[in-house]
Write a protein that binds this ligand. Structure first.
Ligand code: UD1
Length: 426
């Protein structure tokens, strides 16, 4: 079997109205796995990444690593990657333009090869998603950029050098790119205003295990002393806080009672607190996160997204879906990506009363009864929100555009069926 299967998403059909019950194991984190896979480019020897999620974005990244000359093989739930000899010639353009995380290759390949030519990365259509902070920081480290035929060309003929970098915004991707560029650069790099998301922390921990010298891991000030070389390691990818959050809200929305095995509770505090305000009893146990609906679904009044440890933008659409049925009005304020309300339209077709008050806020009436519809997923988290809405709705929901959902969820239908849902991929 090929190390990288082709997945072919069909539709998801859901017969709603079942209270979720039981337990499900949470998969490895997409947003941690992708930059760590890019980071393997910097190491000598083999890396075994346990609990690597089998999702289409990971397959895309593995395809990119293979095209660069890397070797990839799956061993159970882990993937082993070695990137002995690297050439930047033949990166498949569609794998780069197909996902935002291909941007991590910028820092990693500049560090490893001193030059890069690549397409502008793609990803979910959730807003402008500029890359100015990435480019600015890498320029400070000695990279010269120009554009050729719509592609980014970067060169660091003298190699990369450490720099003092202050990020105007705590961008997750820009922080990751700086870290990737800095770990083998000459001298010391200081990053002020770094993103503190758990996935940045996971990347730093992985790199330190490979021999990097990163101080301040998990804080907004990183200090990175460049080292000559990094070695491969065996590393467990942390579990996915957004997938766990999705199932937590699905349990809450269906008035269920579930155990989310290995949910990363410590990194889910804002999501857990919001679920409690909406009527969930949440208990952190040695096994994971236990969630029980206390009966009535209540509006949390305000859901405002923010950088970590705030309420994650990736959970906003799923929380919106639940808020449509909660008693009372909810205001949703999106502070990270300006175009993350596309799911409001299909939710309206399912019976939700949602109004956009300005470009960054929604008003949700609440207390509605959702009904099944044929709806289209337009992006990853909006697609997951439609799944949650379908679980709560009366009748059958049919979701198309499921390739977006497969970018981040290993097998959402199987996971939810384990909790008793009537949900099928057809
Ligand atoms: C990552 C996550 C994504 C999550 C987001 C915020 C991955 C693969 N994706 O995306 O799931 O929703 O963090 O937690 O890990 N910005 C600029 N200039 C830049 C870079 C970013 O203005 O050069 C802006 C963006 O437009 C956005 C904000 O900064 O408004 C945050 O973006 P960023 O933290 O970079 O998100 P991503 O790394 O793209």
């Amino acid at each position: 079997m090929s190390a990288i299967p082709d997945k072919n998403a069909g539709e998801i059909h859901i017969r709603g109205g079942v209270r979720l019950q039981g337990k499900v194991k949470i998969q490895g984190s997409k947003n941690a796995a992708l930059p760590i896979l890019a980071a393997t480019i910097l190491t000598e020897g083999e890396n075994c990444l346990k609990d690597c999620p089998k999702i289409s974005d990971v397959y895309r990244m593995l395809r990119l690593l293979q095209s660069l000359g890397g070797h990839v093989r799956w061993e159970g739930d882990g993937v082993c990657v070695s990137t002995g000899s690297i050439t930047t010639r033949d990166m498949p353009a569609d794998a780069i333009t197909g996902m935002r995380s291909s941007l991590c290759l910028l820092g990693a390949l500049l560090a490893r090869c001193g030059s890069i030519v690549m397409e502008y990365p793609g990803g979910c259509v959730i807003g402008e998603r500029p890359i100015d902070l990435h480019l600015q920081a890498l320029k400070q480290m000695g990279v010269r950029f120009h554009e050729e035929d719509g592609r980014i060309c970067g060169q660091a003929p003298e190699g990369l050098s450490g720099a003092d970098i202050s990020l105007a915004l705590p961008s997750v991707g820009a922080t990751e790119n700086i870290v990737l560029a800095a770990v083998t650069a000459k001298g010391r790099t200081r990053v002020r205003g770094a993103a503190r998301e758990p996935e940045v922390e996971a990347l730093c921990r992985y790199l330190n295990a490979c021999g990097a010298r990163i101080d301040g891991v998990g804080s907004s000030e990183l200090e990175i002393q460049g080292v000559e070389r990094l070695h491969g390691v065996s590393y467990r990818i942390p579990t996915d806080r957004i997938v766990a959050g999705t199932y937590l809200y699905a349990a809450l929305g269906t008035r269920g009672c579930v155990l989310l095995e290995q949910a990363p509770c410590g990194h889910m505090q804002a999501v857990i607190r919001m679920a409690e305000r909406m009527g969930a009893l949440c208990q952190e146990t040695g096994e994971g996160l236990y969630v029980q609906s206390l009966g009535e679904l209540l509006s949390p009044a305000l859901i405002r997204t923010g950088v970590y440890p705030g309420f994650p933008t990736d959970m906003q659409s799923v929380a919106l879906a639940v808020a449509t049925m909660a008693a009372g009005e909810t205001r949703i304020e999106e502070r990270i990506f300006e175009n993350r309300f596309r799911v409001a339209e299909p939710l309206r077709r399912m019976g939700a009363d949602i109004r956009q008050t300005d470009s960054g806020s929604l008003w949700v009436k609440g207390g509605c009864r959702l009904h099944g519809e044929r709806v289209e997923a337009c992006e990853l988290r909006g697609g997951a929100a439609l799944v949650v809405a379908g679980l709560m709705a009366e009748g059958e929901t049919q979701i198309t555009g499921c390739e977006f959902i497969e970018r981040g969820y290993e097998n959402i239908c199987k996971d939810l069926r384990e909790l008793g849902a009537r949900i099928y991929s057809v």
